[in-house]
Design a protein around this ligand. Structure first.
Ligand SMILES: [Zn+2]
Length: 379
């Protein structure tokens, strides 16, 4: 039977805690790693209502996006909202877990889920994380020793690319050298210039295999002093990163996009707010699930026609749309944007934990309940 520890492992594998921001508090909030888990309730926020639902549906664990205890409390006091939630969870035998900023940026993470919910094509990070490039090893070896050396280098971790191994390039040439006094040359004589039919081998290797590959090279190469270069490649953009950008299935006016977004996200009192030119034609949409006003510049630099995020404040929004060509802003409820992750997460967890039921909470934890006086305003 799966345990809290198994759920933690499944979550951490997809959303590694090391990817969380330093100020964040992710992982197990409440519970014992050995406790059995038969049913999990997924939610954005851990609230009184969510714990009540967990108890009603007999969930053993709540997996949430927002950490309950991001800002510390100093006691589990039932008169404090967090103490009350913790005591209710303990009484119901429910463990609590949160994957927050570590779930924002990866593939199958929160922004990725939002982009898929909005049916974007060609989805990529708005600001991609960099992943370390490979190293390239270039080594010269007498042609007759080419294959044995390639074998040794492959065993040490070189030459593997995706679903291929033993990847190497070789080209023939002539090596020249003159052994000096004290040398013990494999080929040629001290004081005499030698010419040898050599092969230039090029292979890639992960940085982590540098030590092992170089040790194997020095051990196996027939020359007393092998000639080689180890060249680091540039870091490369990965599939993971801040926010997402993609193309709409077809260009549409900003007002039409706002209406479509409202139809695709779970309903909230605030709905969708639009800032900028409502008639702007939008074909590229940048987005960031969660509070995104600190990334307005990134959205503008991306060249997107619209930027969808949450919690935009008056001044940053006003200043952003004042820039020439700036994207139209779509502000949606923080909860609604992040809720789109739960239907993406559920099947992934089900596949990892085949004996566990996964339920998605549809309790709206958006704090706003009423928005009278809303409507369209033209300048
Ligand atoms: Zn959030």
């Amino acid at each position: 039977m799966s345990t809290v520890g198994d759920v933690m492992q499944a979550m951490d594998r997809r959303y590694p805690p090391r990817m969380a921001e330093p100020w964040d508090r992710v992982g197990l909030v409440l519970g014992e790693r050995t406790a059995p888990v038969r049913r999990i309730l997924l939610t954005v926020d851990i609230t009184d209502e969510v714990i009540q639902q967990a108890a009603q549906v007999s969930a053993d664990m709540v997996v949430a996006h927002h950490p309950l205890l991001l800002r510390g409390i100093h006691g589990v006091d039932s008169s404090h909202p967090k103490g009350r939630v913790l005591l209710a969870a303990i009484a119901a035998g429910v463990s609590l877990f949160a994957a927050h900023t570590n779930a924002d940026n990866p593939v199958d993470g929160v922004s990725d889920a939002l982009a898929r919910t909005l049916d974007l094509d060609d989805i990529r990070p708005l600001e991609a994380d960099l992943e370390p490039g490979l190293d390239t090893l270039v080594v010269f070896v007498p042609s007759k020793d080419l294959n044995p050396l390639v074998d040794v280098l492959c065993r040490a971790g070189a030459g593997a690319v995706g679903n291929y191994d033993r990847c190497h390039f070789h080209s023939p040439g002539t090596g020249r050298f003159r052994p000096l006094a004290g040398a013990e040359p494999h080929i040629g004589d001290v004081g005499q210039q030698s010419e040898v039919a050599e092969s230039r081998i090029e292979m890639v290797l992960p940085r982590s295999a540098r030590g092992a590959v170089l040790a194997a090279l020095l051990e196996a190469h027939p020359y007393e002093t092998p000639a080689f270069s180890l060249l680091p490649q540039a870091d490369q953009p990965s599939d993971s990163g801040l926010g997402r950008i993609g193309s709409l299935p077809h260009p549409m006016r900003a007002t039409e996009l706002a209406t479509q977004v409202a139809g695709r996200l779970p309903a909230t009192a605030g709905g969708v707010r639009l800032a900028g030119d409502p008639d702007r034609m939008v074909s590229t949409l940048a987005l960031l699930a969660g509070a995104g006003d600190s990334h307005l510049d990134a959205a503008r630099r991306s060249g997107a026609d619209a930027y969808l995020t949450s919690d935009l404040r008056h001044h940053p929004a006003q200043e952003a749309i004042a820039h020439e060509g700036s994207p139209v802003l779509l502000d949606v409820a923080h909860w609604a944007a992040e809720w789109t992750w739960l239907p993406v997460l559920a099947p992934l967890l089900s596949a990892d934990l085949t004996d566990v039921d996964i339920i998605i909470s549809e309790i709206c934890t958006d704090p706003w309940v009423l928005a009278p006086g809303t409507g369209f305003r033209r300048h």
